[in-house]
Design a protein around this ligand. Structure first.
Ligand SMILES: Cc1ncc(COP(=O)(O)O)c(C=O)c1O
Length: 428
């Protein structure tokens, strides 16, 4: 707080009494009812009415035939990626992943949970650069990647911050190369996309689809995730794998490796209580996005973009990106960041520090996977082919100039106006 409290630009601003969060859980009371019922009826493990009900409700809402409730989105992504690998390359030896020896094209600007399952399955993630229109996988860069590696048969794609990516183009490219798609709709639950002229929900756009009920998502179970599919066989397989791969025998009999990934009926009770409020939360998130857009319109910044003709985001996180010529000096190494304040300019580091100083939570843009030390040896493909010196890197540019704004659906208009005011003062 010290530097900002003494900075004349911020005179008269008081910190928020209670923290304004990036995106926190919003309970309504119904959750307690379903959790209590699970406890009173003693259905507290991985079988029960709450699980059946949330699977049914999500299937109806998203428009898929089968849903498998799992412990988290990461578990859903792991099993989806494994299943894709098994479909493509056959059942792996027990001590090997299904993607061993195979490259997989992956979204680059996403949370690590999207693409880590490729490594869990011994695959080799190749990162595909981002396009500036939706901040998702660039179909153009994906085409380039297939020119370099025509043998690839799997694409893992996420919808960043609740904004659907260019799935029509990505599907066309995948089909042309006989590739399967794992769709990570963890951040985009409830977002819609116009596919071949028809509005469909994200979570239906891949061959294997995943959602999350992590505490920061539009609705939460405190944890939880789901695998979504129209294939009864795939649903059965994922359900079996998630419950330790038990065969139909009187004793523990195993023909496949197993996982303990099934959702608990307690978690499902929280989700059951949240489901009626999903549209309300999305409407609140949308109002927050629009208030930022109007409130920041006079600054040299833009909101995270989407294509209004082709998509209806769920507006999970509102983000902004600073125009290049309004960026002050900013240096980030692997663990720290500094900046030099320049009148009329600012940068994500300054704005995030200012917001934090007044007790609100923003966050840097998810650091692209190709910039992560753990994946430094992996290929990164841009619209100009394999990354080379002088080649423009869209993901790194958005990471450098962008940031996630406090987007909690419980934030009041007055609190949001104060955040907008703080951002203005950063540019003074
Ligand atoms: C894009 C994305 N994929 C996957 C996950 C992982 O989901 P979970 O936390 O439910 O495991 C998250 C966040 O939590 C996410 O943001």
């Amino acid at each position: 707080m010290s530097t900002f409290s003494q900075d004349p630009r911020f005179q008269g601003i008081k910190p928020f009494e209670s923290k304004v969060w990036l995106s926190s859980p919003t309970m309504h009371g119904d959750e307690q009812h379903w959790v209590d019922e699970a406890i009173q009826t003693n259905w507290v493990s991985t079988i029960g009415a709450n699980i059946n009900e949330v699977e049914k409700q999500i299937a109806a809402r998203i428009g898929v035939k089968y849903v498998v409730a799992l412990s988290c989105g990461t578990a859903a992504l792991h099993l989806a990626t494994k299943l894709a690998g098994e479909k493509l390359y056959g059942q792996a030896r027990v001590n090997e992943g299904t993607l061993q020896g195979h490259r997989v094209f992956c979204s680059d600007m996403t949370f690590g949970a999207t693409i880590n399952p490729v490594a869990y399955e011994d695959g080799d993630a190749v990162f595909i650069d981002t396009e500036p229109d939706t901040w998702n996988m660039s179909p153009e860069a994906l085409e380039k990647a297939f020119e370099l590696y025509p043998e690839v048969r799997l694409i893992v794609v996420a919808h960043l911050y609740g904004t659907p990516g260019k799935m029509e183009e990505i599907r066309r490219i995948a089909d042309a190369h006989g590739a399967l798609i794992v769709e990570d709709a963890a951040e985009s639950l409830g977002a819609k996309y116009k596919l071949n002229g028809e509005w469909v929900e994200t979570g239906t756009l891949g061959d294997y689809n995943c959602i999350s009920f992590n505490g920061n998502k539009v609705i939460t179970g405190s944890a939880g995730g789901m695998f979504l599919t129209d294939s009864e066989e795939d649903a059965r397989k994922i359900r079996k794998w998630s419950t330790q791969s038990r065969e139909a025998a009187p004793w523990y009999q195993h023909e496949e490796i197993g996982y303990n990934y099934r959702m608990s009926n307690i978690i499902a009770g929280v989700i059951r209580g949240q489901l009626p409020y999903m549209d309300e939360h999305i409407a609140q998130k949308k109002a927050i996005y629009e208030r930022y857009k109007a409130g920041l319109a006079d600054l040299p910044v833009k909101m995270n973009p989407f294509d209004a003709e082709k998509s209806q985001p769920n507006f999970w996180l509102s983000c902004m990106i600073i125009d290049e010529d309004a960026m002050c000096g900013q240096i980030r190494d692997n663990l720290k960041a500094t900046y030099t304040h320049t009148p009329g300019k600012s940068c994500p580091t300054e704005i995030l520090e200012a917001i934090a100083a007044f007790n609100a939570e923003g966050r840097p843009i998810w650091k692209p996977m190709h910039m992560q030390p753990i994946y430094r040896d992996h290929d990164f493909i841009t619209i100009n082919g394999k990354m080379h010196p002088g080649c423009f890197d869209v993901g790194a540019d958005i990471f450098r100039r962008g940031l996630c704004l406090p987007s909690d659906n419980k934030m009041t208009p007055e609190q949001q106006d104060k955040i907008i005011d703080i951002i203005h003062r950063c540019f003074r």
